[in-house]
Write a protein that binds this ligand. Structure first.
Ligand code: SF4
Ligand code: SF4
Length: 678
């Protein structure tokens, strides 16, 4: 007995010292980031996330087979905490029972069930990894760039935990020390196989395997603390501290851009690792390298150098390589800080992001890639003045003319000229008999193709009796492209001016056609004093149709595939209403693309990419339209002027404009009305 105690507790003490030192080191690194006190608010939602995301394994279960395997491993480890306590108790007292649980046969059954389930899950993981092994060096593999060897060690260690546990319990069934009845089915079954060895050998086996079990567990603890499997300990915390319900929609931080508060120590964005927040530092050490984000990234999938996984891994490596400096160790003052761009993150990586949010949506441990990428862009733009030259023209146009193309405010009402009714242009205040302010957006007002969608929307609203007015020349860019590019200063200048205009005319209810404007005004303007009720035109169309104020006709007959704009779908969860509008058109048959709804694939225009050259890899809009073509649809419908332009460009580049049309939802509804339903 004494030998068991000495060996078991010595191994435990040693492992706790090594792992504890490592965890302390990592916690100090994480805490070297900027404080993020807002992440400690809203505790109810955080507790719910813990239950649903961690306990329920919600995101992981979206990928059925690996999700189930992971869920059983996670639940198994949670349940098997009981067996760990029992193993330590057994070192001291062979009749040990956990207080409050005793030796209830149900506990024995659950423990055995999860031992078997975890072993089965390990087989599934192994098959997945073996199947992926030849391909893992290819970009198409989600494991490309991951440390896959460490994953095998982890699988091996988990298997050893289970096997030693089963063997020690099985041996106990033959020594009379096993406290559970036949409900502990696996232990008893293996115990039968060991029975012929006799009581003496089984007694030795019991001692050997309980010590081995404890040894493997504490060895696993040490291994975890030094490997990517650190996520086992950090993921629950990372999920609890993540933005709820998801880190999409508004960007995380709205920095104070008041130039009166700027000193020479002020840093905008993230240029060094310590400029990130503590939550972001926690993100970096939590990445499991599973590659789910990489597998859905439109930039990566079209041959660009950006992989959200490799970005997070690179930032983690930067953090560890800068540890001495971050922790202020002796002599580290003289160390040169390693700037993030270009040392860790190549400029082409940084500027390839379309901020579509697919990575954030997919990440099982709630890592917030988009915020980190925009933080690095902010530093590049505001502190270093480094950004793609084409984007510079867009910024100057917004600054000088109020729109990214530099066409000027005088053209903002041209789209109304072909309408057969008047659209009131607000000069002082929105008239009392006008319900909505229609925020047209720069593309909708100024681009020929996007205008068609805006004109159709206006006609549909007019037909349904919706009263609306526009700001005309008073409308200016929301600032979204400037913000996603990293020019927070210009974004805030635009926002403040727009909020003043909107408040000045008494705007309360706003219709937006552009999902980028919709997202900015709805989710980001409140931080700078703009509080409005914002509805996207697809939502309003759905409402008008379901209320019987607009009845689609039979003028359109064909097959439609709907492309979810990222900033309407993933960023704002508007998936159903646009589809309901199409379903309400009697002659429209709706087919889905392979990647749809929350897994939709970007058109390539977000994140200010609309104004940057796309010279690396396949064009994202071409990839998306190729997917649309495979559905056989004759109409690709969408609800975003950017998507309209990008998809239409790609259809024309494929010389398919005779076969496939790109139409806004409003245009589709309007076309259906050319033959009213009887
Ligand atoms: S936001 Fe989109 S483009 Fe950017 S890294 Fe994530 S998945 Fe890739
Ligand atoms: S960032 Fe998230 S999704 Fe991407 S590899 Fe890491 S854990 Fe997986």
């Amino acid at each position: 007995m004494l030998v068991r105690i000495v060996i078991g507790m010595s191994a435990t003490g040693l492992a706790l010292a090594v792992a504890g030192h490592r965890f302390w080191h990592i916690s100090r690194l994480v805490r070297s980031g900027r404080p993020a006190p807002e992440r400690l608010k809203n505790l109810g939602a955080r507790a719910e996330a813990e239950l649903v995301e961690v306990g329920g394994q919600r995101k992981l279960l979206r990928w059925t087979v690996p999700g189930l395997a992971h869920a059983f491993t996670f639940w198994g480890f949670t349940i098997l905490l009981f067996t760990i306590i029992e193993a330590y108790g057994d070192l001291f007292d062979k009749r040990f029972a956990i207080w409050g649980f005793g030796h209830n046969p149900v506990l024995g059954f659950i423990e055995d069930f999860f031992m078997v389930a975890v072993l089965a899950a390990l087989v599934v993981f192994s098959v997945i990894r073996i199947k992926n092994a030849p391909a893992r060096r290819e970009r198409a593999s989600r494991f490309y760039g991951s440390h896959t060897d460490a994953a095998w060690i982890t699988l091996g260690l988990i298997a050893l935990v289970m096997i030693t546990l089963l063997l020690y319990r099985a041996a106990q069934t033959n020594t009379g020390d096993f406290p559970y009845t036949w409900w502990a089915f696996a232990s008893h079954a293996i115990g039968k196989a060991l029975h012929p060895l006799g009581a003496g050998v089984n007694s030795d086996l019991e001692t050997i395997f309980v010590i081995l079990n404890i040894g493997v567990i504490v060895g696993f603890l040490v291994f975890v603390s030094y490997s990517k499997h650190l996520h086992i300990s950090t993921a629950p915390l990372n999920v609890a501290l993540s933005r709820r319900p998801i880190a999409l929609g508004a960007l995380d931080k709205t920095p104070d851009m008041d130039m009166e508060n700027v000193s020479e120590d002020t840093v905008f964005g993230a240029g060094l690792i310590e400029h990130f927040t503590q939550k972001q530092m926690l993100d970096f050490v939590t990445c499991t390298e599973c590659g789910r984000c990489q597998s859905v990234c439109p930039a990566w999938n079209t041959g660009k150098p950006l992989s959200p996984k490799l970005v997070i891994m690179g930032l983690r490596d930067n953090m560890f390589s800068q540890a001495s400096r971050l922790l202020g160790r002796d002599g580290s003052e003289s160390e040169e800080p390693e700037t993030l761009v270009p040392h860790t993150i190549e400029p082409d990586v940084l500027w390839s992001c379309v901020t579509c949010g697919a990575c954030v949506q997919e990440c099982p441990v709630d890592i917030e890639h988009v915020d980190a990428i925009v933080d690095m862009r902010r530093y590049e733009v505001l502190m270093e003045s480094r950004f793609p030259s084409e984007a510079g023209l867009m910024l100057r146009n917004i600054e000088n003319q109020g729109d990214p193309w530099g066409l000027g405010s005088s053209k903002r009402t041209e789209w109304t000229e072909s309408l057969d009714f008047d659209v009131p242009v607000v000069t002082d205040a929105i008239p009392d008999d006008v319900e909505y302010l229609y925020w047209v957006g720069c593309a909708g007002a100024l681009d020929e193709r996007a205008r068609k969608g805006v004109q159709a929307t206006a006609r549909m609203l007019h037909r349904a009796g919706v009263t609306f007015a526009i700001l005309g020349p008073k409308e200016s860019c929301t600032g979204d492209p400037a913000r996603r590019l990293g020019n927070e200063y210009l974004y805030q200048e635009q926002t403040k001016a727009n909020v003043e205009t909107l408040n000045g005319v008494g705007a309360k209810k706003i219709i937006a056609t552009c999902p980028h404007c919709f997202n900015s005004i709805k989710n980001e303007y409140p931080a700078l004093g703009g509080h409005f009720e914002v509805i996207h035109h697809s939502q309003l169309l759905e409402h008008l149709i379901s209320a019987g104020r607009l009845s689609p006709g039979r003028g359109y007959q064909g097959t439609v595939t709907y492309h979810d704009p990222c900033y309407l779908g993933r960023h704002n969860r508007v998936f159903d209403q646009p589809r309901s509008v199409i379903d309400a058109i009697p002659g429209a048959r709706q087919v889905e693309m392979r990647r749809c709804r929350e897994r939709s694939f970007c058109c390539g225009a977000g994140g200010a990419r609309m104004w940057m050259e796309e010279t690396i890899g396949k064009r994202i809009n071409m990839e998306r339209t190729d997917e649309a073509f495979t559905t056989g649809a004759d109409v690709v419908s969408t609800a975003c002027p950017y998507c309209m332009i990008m998809l239409d460009d790609a259809v024309r580049a494929n010389a398919k404009e005779e076969e496939v049309r790109v139409l806004d939802l409003s245009q589709l509804v309007e076309e259906s009305l050319s033959n009213p339903a009887t």
